[in-house]
Design a protein around this ligand. Structure first.
Ligand code: ATP
Ligand code: MG
Length: 411
């Protein structure tokens, strides 16, 4: 029986890899420009990290984790990378570095979700985390960075949505009010919402079930949900963030229902969405998580960051044409062809020759399909120490000294 890839997982095939390389190299260029250093944390972490770090009222921790026991330890394939980065930040004494500490990552994440368009069980994220700054200039800079990265890939018509969840103290009041107004509707809420009602009432606002959305749209309930609950300090933080974004010409809209799936956010949350993605339309999600470092045992350190789904980015972008070989050596003398190819490769030229001893005309045909230049190495050329260089785009051929081949190719 043929063995297939697991449901919800996908191969990234050679014909698609150029686009992935583009996403990765653009990330390196732009994040480096903004002062970020890459960090690579393990895919395996202790389950407790996510239970404490992501929060045990979240879907991620409750339903979506790949967890297994090994030598009496509970281990989980990371469903996201913020908790791992924070663990490493604490474990490696990065709290002692002078702030801001700016880190970025890319790599696979694992969530046991129902596979569908835009939703896989192994998917990839690229993301950034900035530690040590509580001022809203940091929030603005990470949002600007996300927007610049997306623009550099050619994605300009995305929508940035922002909201403030306040701080733990002003949010408590708001949670109470939400619970109060929804109490009479409790029996009409979906099962998930009923479960979250006590532990995490804010998450109810995120519910996608139609019957719940109808409840939240009732005027008296909507009024409470949309009320300005955040305290003066949080309101100033949010207002300052908006004025930084205005100054940097970042377009955004405010969405009071934006609460995000993870427990650790406070104050700023944001999402970047595309109208071309169907129902899984978020490409980027992030926010501020000032209590996470402390919750995971580190010193109190404010932080803000985001993650983007790379598969969703790929589905918005045109594929990248694979680059042609610089040269394909065409010859009936394979040892000589091999030698020439190695000479060229040493000088940085992308070159190949026919490893299968095919006929000369077949080799020439192949060269015209995959290379910019055919380098013809016949008996005469070998004897004279020369190579015939055929420009396959312009269809012109010249014979040059072997030492001048690279010059001829590079023009
Ligand atoms: P969603 O509402 O789409 O489930 P989320 O809130 O679970 O998103 P985050 O944990 O914030 O997502 O992850 C950030 C980004 O990672 C998302 O905006 C999305 O682009 C991508 N992402 C999340 N889950 C998946 C998945 N299962 N498959 C593919 N991409 C995903
Ligand atoms: Mg999700």
């Amino acid at each position: 029986m043929v063995i297939k890839a697991l449901k919800g997982t996908k191969d990234i095939l050679p014909q698609d890899i150029e686009l992935w390389h583009k996403l990765e190299s653009r990330a390196l260029d732009i994040f480096t420009k903004y002062g970020y250093k890459e960090i690579r944390t393990p895919i395996l972490e202790s389950t407790e990290l996510f239970a404490r770090g992501v929060g045990d009222t979240t879907d991620i921790v409750n339903k979506e984790m790949y967890t297994f026991e090994k030598s009496d330890r509970s281990i989980t394939l990371r469903p996201e990378n913020t908790a791992g980065v924070v663990r490493s930040f604490i474990e490696n004494g990065m709290t002692r570095l002078s702030p801001p500490v700016k880190l970025w990552y890319k790599g696979p994440m694992f969530r046991y979700e129902r596979p569908q368009a835009g939703r896989q069980r192994q998917f990839h994220q690229v993301g950034v985390e900035m530690f040590g700054i509580e001022q809203p200039s940091a929030d603005a800079e990470v949002i600007l960075l996300a927007v610049e990265y997306l623009k550099s890939l050619g994605l300009c018509d995305l929508e940035v949505e922002i909201n403030s969840l306040g701080c733990p103290s002003c949010r408590e009041e708001y949670k109470k009010k939400i619970k109060e107004i929804l109490k009479p509707e409790f029996d009409n809420l979906c099962e998930d919402c009923q479960n979250r009602y006590e532990k995490n009432p804010l998450r109810l606002l995120d519910c996608k079930v139609d019957s719940c959305r109808e409840i939240f749209d009732k005027p008296e309930i909507k009024k409470v949900i949309q009320s300005d609950f955040i305290c003066e300090e949080c309101a100033k933080h949010f207002a300052d963030l908006k004025s930084y974004l205005d100054k940097m010409h970042v377009k955004y809209s405010e969405n009071k229902l934006l609460v995000r799936g993870l427990d650790y956010y406070n104050r700023t949350v944001f999402e970047i969405k595309s109208n071309n993605l169907g129902s899984q339309n978020a490409v980027c999600g992030g926010g501020r998580y000032d209590s996470l470092v402390k919750n995971l045992g580190g010193e109190d350190t404010p932080a803000v960051g985001w993650a983007m789904g790379m598969e969703r980015l790929c589905s918005l972008l045109p594929s990248v044409e694979p680059e042609k070989l610089d040269a394909y050596v065409v010859s009936n003398f394979s040892a000589d062809a091999f030698e020439l190819v190695q000479e060229l490769r040493k000088q940085g030229i992308k070159a190949e020759f026919d490893l299968a001893d095919k006929k000369f005309t077949k080799q020439l045909e192949k060269a015209s399909k995959i290379a910019k230049f055919a380098l013809i190495l016949g008996e005469d050329e070998i004897k004279a120490g020369k190579v015939s260089v055929k420009d396959l785009e312009k269809s012109v051929q010249t014979t040059v000294d072997r030492k001048d081949v690279v010059k001829q190719i590079k023009g």
